[in-house]
Design a protein around this ligand. Structure first.
Ligand code: DGJ
Length: 685
């Protein structure tokens, strides 16, 4: 039996051999499918007397010692789960694999399909037996790794420094990216890539796996002693979490996988296309956010002043960040009491919202619904609603505790509170924050980290079904960026670091999986509050231009010269955003190299914007030529530099062929440290 499914250009073939095992014989370009071959299984010396290697739904009892997709045992009989040979069905563009442990009564279903060129694997485990089953693992995806994979790419990071890329040589053993904190975390979340040696942004083979899940996770690449490899993506079950009682079914989060022969850019364009199909298509208004302008010191009259300043700069959405709720003057109090502070906003939010509308903007509001401050009316009324209950002396994080979203009354309460705000006020946007990890993620000692994530999803789904409000996923910056939350939100706050230099890398790392228009990028104050660095307004504007643009600084403190540059930058963003946000963002330089070079290319290939960000002083006074990518070699392009200050606003650079620009490269002045250049590329023939 052979089953084959097709993506746009990729295909996947699974063959069930005489051995009854399901073998992945092909995952690659359709055009090269003739190279498909069953893995060369052989009996090796000092090994089992049968051929053993990575199959789908592999089974330990046959002498396979790698990771299995489902592992566990029956708590009553202590028998381990032992899956029989899978049944393979191809149906409506999907491959369904079902395996059973008939003795215990366990059914494992896994479904593979393409969404564009992204393979989506989903599944479930059902207990049809009489006893409770304790699972150690129920992975969403476990597939043989390609032979060419010699490196594993993960990310590392912390608050304000999210997502630094890390490359590991993968010769033996297991390399993993995992998160146990209950949020995907600052280190890049549930993504892992396999590459060939020295693969880069625009060359070399990549395969990337991402788990659409915002709770504890593990992704891993493991090589067995026979040299074969597997790649894994799973929801991580913490102790006791995966107990499947008789009659229960556990749905597993979707895992996404794609590959490219053209570097990480090829991965991104495929994943972005999938994320765009799944998300809402929105025009992204220029944000003004109060946080770095005021932090907790927000009040009606002052905010109305900010509204005027923001509108004059060209902002289109005013977001009132933290500080507006009853009694909250710092981070030590009031979360959970989602009523407007009457001292700060005596007539509620209506006067401010009216001013926002009068300024031609929409209104957005910050919330942190999952949290509660011990010093709050909500906690005093419901101390049993928090994770960790009934433990006392619970460890706080940013002085707050986490509400147990697995509890239906908690979700109901939050739905009512948020609905009240949305019904009462014209709020088009929620900045949904989450400023701490889950610890202990228990109720009465029983772990419920996954149940917390599912509770959050349920709450968001219910709100989205009722209100058209746009939602941003923020978790102290980029602590929750994954395709699970992306299905329920519209934008990410990628980091609390608004330092333009740091932000270049942070945006780039988040952009491997998420499309650039979903990644908030704001112009912050200078000197930057986090790093103290002073960077020109032009550099700050350019650093934010390819994301969802916003402002996070007090307009009154922006000098006249900087104001002109910022206003011009906003005009450029508005002029180009429609095509930029539907186009491909290609990295032209490798991460952590200088200059940082990116190109946004319109979907129809008619135009593009090239951004060159020089961070340090170049070693050579004359720059080596800059080779472009993603153009039509046979077409001609006219290039002009867009100036952010001064006139004229466009400086012609010349007309060139696509082949010339990609093979020979553009001759550009390298510029001084901390200068950026923006070049418009127009196809002329
Ligand atoms: C963390 C967010 O990342 C910031 O932008 C801001 O909203 C603060 N929380 C507010 O407490």
């Amino acid at each position: 039996m052979s089953a084959r499914i097709l993506g746009d250009t990729l295909s996947l073939i699974i063959d069930q051999g005489e051995d009854g095992l399901a073998h992945l014989t092909w995952f690659g370009p359709q055009a090269e499918e003739e190279m498909a071959a069953a893995p060369g299984f052989q009996c090796l010396p000092a090994s089992p007397d049968i051929a053993v290697g990575p199959a789908l739904l592999p089974e330990h009892g046959r002498g396979f010692h790698g990771i299995s997709q489902v592992e566990g045992h029956c708590t009553a009989t202590h028998r381990r789960i032992r899956l029989g040979q899978p049944e393979l069905i191809e149906q409506d563009g999907q491959i369904l694999l079902t395996a059973e442990d008939a003795a215990l009564g366990l059914t494992v279903r896994t479904r593979l399909r393409f969404d564009g060129d992204v393979l989506v694997q989903e599944g479930s485990v059902s207990n049809t037996g009489a006893h409770t089953l304790s699972l150690q693992r129920a992975a969403s995806l476990l597939l043989p790794a390609p032979d060419w994979a010699s490196e594993v790419r993960t990310h590392a990071g912390a608050w304000g420094r999210e997502g630094h890329p890390v490359t590991h040589r993968w010769t033996a053993g297991r390399i993993e990216q995992s998160g146990r904190s209950g949020r995907p975390g600052f280190d890049g979340g549930p993504t892992l890539s396999l590459t060939e040696t020295n693969a880069g942004v625009a060359h070399g083979r990549w395969l990337t796996v991402h788990l659409a899940w915002s709770g504890p996770f593990r992704l891993a690449a493991e090589r067995a002693t026979d040299g074969s490899g597997q790649v894994l993506a799973e929801r991580l079950f913490l102790p006791g979490e995966a107990c499947l009682r008789s009659g229960e079914t556990l749905d597993l989060p979707a895992a996404l996988m794609t590959r490219s022969g053209a570097g990480s850019n090829g991965i991104s364009t495929r994943l972005h296309a999938r994320q765009r199909r799944q998300g809402r298509s929105l025009r992204r208004p220029v944000h003004f956010n109060t946080w770095e302008a005021r932090y907790f010191s927000v009040a009606e009259a002052d905010c109305i002043g900010l509204v005027k300043g923001a509108a004059a700069l060209g902002a289109e959405r005013f977001v009132l960040d933290d500080g507006w709720l009853k009694g909250r003057r710092n981070d030590q109090t009031s979360l959970g009491d989602w009523t407007v502070d009457a001292d700060l906003f005596p007539d509620g939010l209506t006067p401010l919202i009216k001013a926002v509308h009068a300024g031609g903007m929409e209104f957005g509001l910050w919330l942190e619904p999952e949290m509660v401050s011990p010093d709050s009316d909500l906690y005093r009324a419901h101390p049993d609603w928090v994770l960790g209950w009934p433990e006392t002396d619970l460890a706080t994080g940013r002085n707050q505790l986490v509400l147990d979203l697995a509890l239906e009354p908690v979700r109901e309460h939050l739905f009512t509170v948020i609905s009240d705000l949305l019904d009462r006020y014209a709020i088009s946007y929620l900045k949904w924050d989450c400023n701490r990890d889950l610890y202990p993620a228990t109720r009465d000692g029983v772990v419920r980290a996954g149940a917390q994530t599912e509770g959050l999803y349920r709450l968001l789904d219910r709100l989205r079904a009722r209100y058209p409000v746009e939602i941003e996923s923020c978790a102290s910056g980029g602590g929750r960026i994954d395709a699970g939350i992306a299905a329920r939100t519209d934008r990410f706050w990628t980091s609390d670091a608004t330092d333009a230099i740091d932000r270049l890398n942070i945006q780039r790392a988040a952009g491997l999986v998420m499309p650039h228009e979903r990644l908030g990028a704001h112009v912050g104050p200078s000197p930057n509050p986090m790093t103290g660095r002073q960077v020109s307004m032009a550099f700050r504007v350019l650093a934010a231009l390819f994301g969802h643009f916003g402002i996070e600084a007090d307009p009154e403190k922006v000098s006249e010269d900087d104001r002109r540059v910022l206003i011009r930058g906003i005009e450029i963003y508005k002029q180009h955003r429609d095509w930029m946000h539907a186009g491909d963002l290609l990295n032209l330089s490798e991460p952590d190299t200088d200059p940082d070079v990116q190109l946004v290319r319109a979907d129809d290939g008619r135009q593009g914007l090239l951004r060159v960000m020089r961070v340090g002083t170049p070693m050579r006074p004359l720059q080596s030529r800059l080779r472009l990518a993603g153009l039509d070699p046979a077409a001609r392009y006219s290039l002009s530099e867009i100036a952010l200050d001064g006139t004229p606003t466009h400086w012609p650079l010349g007309a060139f062929s696509g082949a010339g620009l990609m093979n020979e490269g553009l001759n550009l002045d390298p510029g001084r440290a901390l200068t950026g250049r923006l070049i418009h590329i127009e196809r002329t023939g």
